[in-house]
Design a binder for this molecule. Sequence first.
Ligand SMILES: [Cu+2]
Length: 355
Amino acid sequence: MVMFALNLVPLACLLSSLLVGAIPVAESQLSKTCTKPGIRKEWRTLSNQEKASFIKAVHCLETLPHSQSIFADGSQPDVPPVRNDTNAYDDFVYAHLDGVNRNHFTGVFLGWHRWFLHTFENTLQTKCGYKGSLPYWDWSRDVANIPASPLFISSATTGFGTFNDNASENFTVTDGAFGATVRAYPTPHRVGRHFRPQPFEEQIFPFAFDKPEKLATSAFTPEEVHFIITNFVGNYTDFQAYMDGVRAEGMHNAAHLMMDGDMSNIGHSPNDPIFFLHHANLDRIWAAWQSHDPANRLAVGGGRTQVLQDYDEFPAGAPPFIEASEQLRFSGLTTEPLLGEVLQTKGKLLCYEYA
Ligand SMILES: [Cu+2]
């Protein structure tokens, strides 16, 4: 069940520059300084109690009401209408779904997801009493055997559930903390997840994969992670492009597509809470690259327009080129900082680091 490509067309959408409804960042937030950063830890290093408290907070989010401020901002033509019979978790999925074209394969990719993850973490903390920070999943530690990763266990209090290999069941996850969870978008369904070691065998983009037989795990080995952090000095565009990969076979897409089901859909992938741990790891790698060299620290790049037909030329978006003054858009989910305001994880708006 591969739906990754369905939401990708039409691709060259410039409407995001014409949007209304941006929520400015409050002055009070800008004057904050970061003295006690939250520590984001790798999932397997958490105690069972810490794991359970994160999962409990996500379940709490699923019981909170849907926000009336969520709206489709017009940049994504085929987005489903906002539903009122939904919850606060579904609002995150909607905001992601509504931003597919502007936030993927464009220069705001990592900055947008950084603020999205922060909003998720902050909501768990402020609305659900969560005391910890957002955990991350370092997939490079599991390349030898992904299904045996300590994340994918059937415990209802500390596990994300195992993979389902049954296509006739839509790969529905039946165990773990989210086995019975129904998500609203794009239509009500239970979360699906299936281990697909060679996800590039099927063409899902408007171009053929370069190495269709490539193992997903080969894109995110410890060597690959080391390589991306220590290369592309001063060149954000090439750094981001490498994360998505030559012909989109890089670590970002490889891990998404390898899990099939919800995670393999570029729009509604946040339906699976694994999304947040996967993207926290990408954010961690970006932060490590940023601190690797002074020339990386505030580097931005890529373009505003997603054009997958010209992926080889513009893997990080076509012009106009992205600058730090680019406004991030969140479809009513949260405040909307400029890209330049989320470049530092320990700055005026953000205050966290990775263990
Ligand atoms: Cu995304």
